[in-house]
Design a protein around this ligand. Structure first.
Ligand SMILES: [Zn+2]
Ligand SMILES: [Zn+2]
Length: 68
């Protein structure tokens, strides 16, 4: 069960892709996974992951959308 607000429901279709790269804005731990990006355009800098603001754990604990 994931907590995602109506605005970000679309994001549920994306898949977990990168290992924990992002830093969670709540627990400050670097364990936020990158997700596949439907708007990604091939570029020389690498893949542009979608990184949520908070980690899955905090999202569950706080019952908050991790993309807000
Ligand atoms: Zn967290
Ligand atoms: Zn949201």
């Amino acid at each position: 069960m994931e907590y995602v607000c109506i605005v970000h429901k679309e994001k549920l279709k994306e898949n977990l892709m990168s290992p924990c790269r992002g830093r969670c804005k709540l627990c400050k731990l670097k364990k936020v996974h990158g997700f596949t990006n439907p708007d990604h355009i091939t570029n020389p800098f690498g893949y542009l992951y979608l990184i949520p603001n908070i980690c899955l754990h905090c999202s569950h604990e706080e019952k908050k959308c991790m993309w807000c």
